[in-house]
Design a protein around this ligand. Structure first.
Ligand code: NAD
Ligand code: TDX
Length: 346
């Protein structure tokens, strides 16, 4: 079946809109969908940074609410007050290495949080729910093949297991309650506003300061990279045109071994490869991810626009030009923004 359904966005709740992908998504919607009202609902964990969306504060269609997705009363009040018709759910604990050190927060946010949102959204009559998920739920590939939407779930890290559990709850809400949930599974994102714990921004910042670049294992693990704006556009396409109950893989056919990414960053910055340090491998490190995006191409007509070498060079420039942003992230100073900016009126 290739029939699509057209859904008009009017009042949307974006969870995790102070994070990397969510902030890019919020900016895109406000620029490109002038009729849409948007609530950015975010708990502001270490990964949430209001400085990433500070330029949007004055936008007439934009509201920020600090809230936890596990807080059902606050979610319910927010949905009803703003007449929300669609939830685009980005909020998550998102870093694999942190999930290895401590998994509890991942289960709370990525599993309990999804269950809370689904329960409250259905009761409040929200018409559509988009779960933004990851290719990591499919596990690890060998040298050949790609993940399709029918690849069995085989999550390997506490992070991916918690995302897979969230995805399965979405599936259950569709099958059990006929609730219109759609799931997207994207490959690795890069671009502006990414927290410097992830490979690409970490390596850019280390290299700019002539620090050591820590490469896990033999550096030959493969990831399939997509620019965050291409991902955001794909999520919007699914939200507006996707079929409820379906999963859509998102990827840009762009596989790279980690070491080659690191060397490319060094080359862009004119820095020596002697900065590379091979370090102990990540436990359970998935070897290769690769997305088959045929379904979203064929059914919804989405295609990525940003060529990787150009996107990576632009991302390096962005980190060069936005040093105050990442320096405040590295120092923890950004955490004070909410208290300063949203201090109660005297
Ligand atoms: P991120 O870590 O940069 O941002 C996560 C955001 O969620 C933060 O603003 C944080 O404050 C918020 N948050 C966390 N727990 C919350 C809670 N309990 N209640 C409300 N808000 C909470 O993450 P990201 O890289 O932007 O990823 C966004 C989504 O996309 C995630 O669901 C992730 O699984 C998925 N994804 C990410 C990638 C990637 O490469 N980064 C790839 C595929 C899918
Ligand atoms: O210091 C490092 N050295 C290194 O070699 C870091 C931080 C990473 N790596 C390797 C591990 C991975 O093979 O680089 C690759 C990418 O690592 P991350 O940036 O941590 O991403 P990954 O683990 O692939 O997961 C990411 O993509 C899918 C996001 O963090 C997830 O949220 C998303 O679901």
């Amino acid at each position: 079946m290739t029939q699509t359904t057209q859904h008009t966005l009017r009042s949307i709740l974006v969870t995790g809109g102070a994070g990397f992908i969510g902030s890019n998504f919020v900016r895109m919607i406000l620029a490109e969908r002038p009729g849409v009202r948007l609530v950015n609902y975010d708990a502001l964990t270490y990964a949430g940074n209001l400085e990433s969306v500070a330029d949007l504060d004055a936008h007439p269609n934009y509201t920020f609410i600090r809230g936890d997705i596990c807080d059902s009363a606050k979610v319910d009040e927010t949905l009803r007050r703003h007449g929300v018709d669609t939830i685009i759910h980005f909020a998550a604990e998102s870093h694999v290495d942190r999930s290895i050190l401590s998994a509890a927060e991942f289960v709370r946010t990525n599993v309990m949080g999804v269950q809370t949102l689904l329960s409250v959204a259905m009761a409040a009559g929200v018409e559509r729910f988009v779960q933004v998920s990851t290719d990591e739920v499919y596990g690890s590939l060998g040298a050949e093949g790609k993940f399709s939407e029918t690849t069995p779930i085989a999550a390997n890290s506490p992070y991916s297991a918690s995302k897979a559990a969230g995805d399965l709850l979405c599936r259950a809400w569709f099958h059990t309650h006929d609730y219109p949930v759609l799931v997207t599974r994207c490959s690795n994102n890069y671009g502006p506003w990414q927290f410097p714990e992830k490979l690409i921004p970490l390596m850019i910042i280390k290299a700019m300061g002539d620090g050591e670049l820590p490469v896990y294992g033999d550096g030959k693990n493969v990831r399939d990279w997509i620019h965050v704006e291409d991902h955001c556009r794909a999520v919007l396409t699914v939200a507006e045109q996707g079929r409820p109950g379906e999963v859509y893989n998102i990827g840009a056919d762009n596989e790279w071994a980690n070491i080659d990414i690191v060397k490319t960053i060094l080359k862009i910055l004119g820095k020596p490869e002697s900065l590379i340090r091979y370090v102990k491998d990540r436990p359970g490190h998935d070897r290769r991810y690769a997305i088959d995006p045929a379904k979203i191409h064929g059914e919804l007509g989405w295609k990525p626009q940003i060529q990787f070498e150009q996107g990576l060079a632009a991302t390096v420039r962005w980190y060069q030009q936005n040093e105050p942003w990442w320096r405040r992230v590295m120092s923890g100073e950004y955490m004070n923004y909410y208290e300063k900016n949203y201090a109660p009126k005297m």
